[in-house]
Design a binder for this molecule. Structure first.
Ligand code: HEM
Length: 401
């Protein structure tokens, strides 16, 4: 337990951290990777370059520090982050390392303002926060392992099929090399792939949603090739998968994870809204809903740039032809001359939603930032309560407000 004094120091320095939080975490990562290069095998170096991950961690640390005397307040966040950590195989022994460099960075950025008392208090507080994460993660490792077909860490899978879904999206079908059972998953969940890309000096971990329904005897991921664009380099892992991984090749993945999944207990209609490759978790939800006839009406709103990058077009028309309770709508941002059969040109907005989908539905959305903001604000404006708005970000948790 932390002393009253420690709690007081930590709480009173939260505003200082908030001011310097990002500088501290940036400095922390720089020093940590310089001294402990093996951690580059775990952290997404592209997110590091874009500065997204430092921000996510900084926010989590402020939140924890603010509630250091009652961490139960932030337990939902801890549980959410731990789900990602478990999928990335973050281990208890990593915490002291991260703690050491975080403290060093606080010292360096705050300079003279970081007295010994402050550093000591933060050291203790970090220990308490780390223990909370470790405890939740141990439970999650246990559950991942204990379930039928489950495992811990990484397991080898063979690519048994590679299917092009659009100009930019390709699906990979994976089966375990050991021939053992496959862990079940909830529609919307993801796996982490550990990619050993030739020419790279460290492994790259990436999350991909499972895009088919569970219970098929394989996992399927559908990956968008991230080409070089507007000064951003091509995606290392997506290019590797598209250009170098073929049927018969082996990749390592961790067991399915994630808290963005279809609530199958609810009886409300379901509205699935996807932007670009954000459709992958929603495809899984759609396919699962149609295999398990639940009597719920399903609306699938699929936004893409145009027909050439629009994946699963035929699949989708087939699903709605086979199942009268499924309605699909296509929105093209800038349709080309050849594009036919889309329902709207431009962007999704509240007026269009109100015309086409029921208000008392459960909403699930996933897509790029602009799309997410448009959907999020429209639904809030429409008065859809938080518990019926479910969403997932690409990459580190961002803000929609
Ligand atoms: C992701 C917080 C410790 C490795 C994250 C995220 C947060 C976070 C907020 C973003 C979650 C998301 O994307 O949804 C924390 C806090 C920690 C901690 C508060 C300490 C108390 C660790 C440790 C490791 C680690 C010890 C392992 C060395 C990662 C990795 C990611 C991540 C690899 C994925 C993001 C990326 O690679 O860019 N963490 N974390 N974290 N964390 Fe932690």
């Amino acid at each position: 337990r932390l002393s009253e004094e420690t709690i007081k120091i930590v709480k009173s320095t939260v505003p200082v951290l908030a001011e310097h939080g990002e500088a501290i975490t940036k400095c922390f990562y720089q020093r940590m990777f310089a001294d402990q290069p093996e951690l580059k095998n775990i952290f997404n170096q592209t997110n590091q370059k874009a500065g997204r991950q430092p921000k996510a961690l900084a926010n989590a640390v402020y939140a924890a520090a603010q509630h250091i005397d009652d961490l139960s307040v932030i337990m939902p966040t801890v549980i959410q982050i731990s789900e990602k950590h478990r999928s990335l195989n973050v281990k208890p022994e990593h915490y002291p390392l991260v703690g050491e460099y975080l403290l060093l960075a606080i010292k360096e950025v705050l300079g003279d303002a970081a007295t010994d008392d402050i550093i000591e208090a933060w050291g203790e507080a970090y220990g308490v926060i780390a223990d909370a994460f470790i405890a939740v993660e141990q439970q999650k490792y246990h559950e991942a392992f204990a379930q039928k077909g489950g495992w811990n860490g990484y397991r080898e899978f063979r690519i048994v099929k590679k299917v092009k879904e659009s100009d930019v999206i390709t699906s990979f079908y994976l089966e375990p090399v050991d021939g053992g059972e496959l862990a079940d998953y909830k529609p919307g969940q993801y796996i982490t792939i550990k990619a050993e890309v030739p020419g790279e000096d460290h492994t790259h971990l990436r999350q991909y949603s499972l895009s088919d329904s569970p219970g098929k005897g394989y996992y399927r991921i559908s990956v968008k090739r991230e080409d070089e664009y507007g000064g951003n380099p091509a995606g290392i892992v997506s290019s590797f998968l598209h250009n170098q991984i073929e049927t018969g090749d082996i990749v390592s993945i961790s067991a399915p994870a994630g808290d963005f999944y279809l609530n199958t207990e609810s009886e409300n209609p379901v509205v699935l809204l996807s932007g670009g490759v954000g459709l992958t978790p929603l495809m899984s939800m759609l396919k699962t809903s149609t295999t398990k006839q639940t009597g719920r009406d399903i609306h699938f709103i699929d936004a893409a740039r145009n027909g050439s990058v629009h994946a699963f077009k035929e699949d989708m028309s087939q699903v709605s032809a086979d199942h009268p309770f499924v309605k699909t709508h296509t929105i093209y941002e800038s349709p080309s001359e050849q594009d036919r059969g889309y329902d709207k040109k431009g962007y999704i907005d509240l007026e269009w939603l109100q015309e086409h989908v029921p208000q008392h539905a459960d909403f699930y959305y996933c897509g790029p930032e602009g799309f997410m903001k448009a959907v999020h604000h429209s639904l809030k404006e429409w008065g859809i309560p938080e518990e019926r708005r479910n969403y997932e970000f690409f990459g580190p948790e961002g803000s929609l407000d």
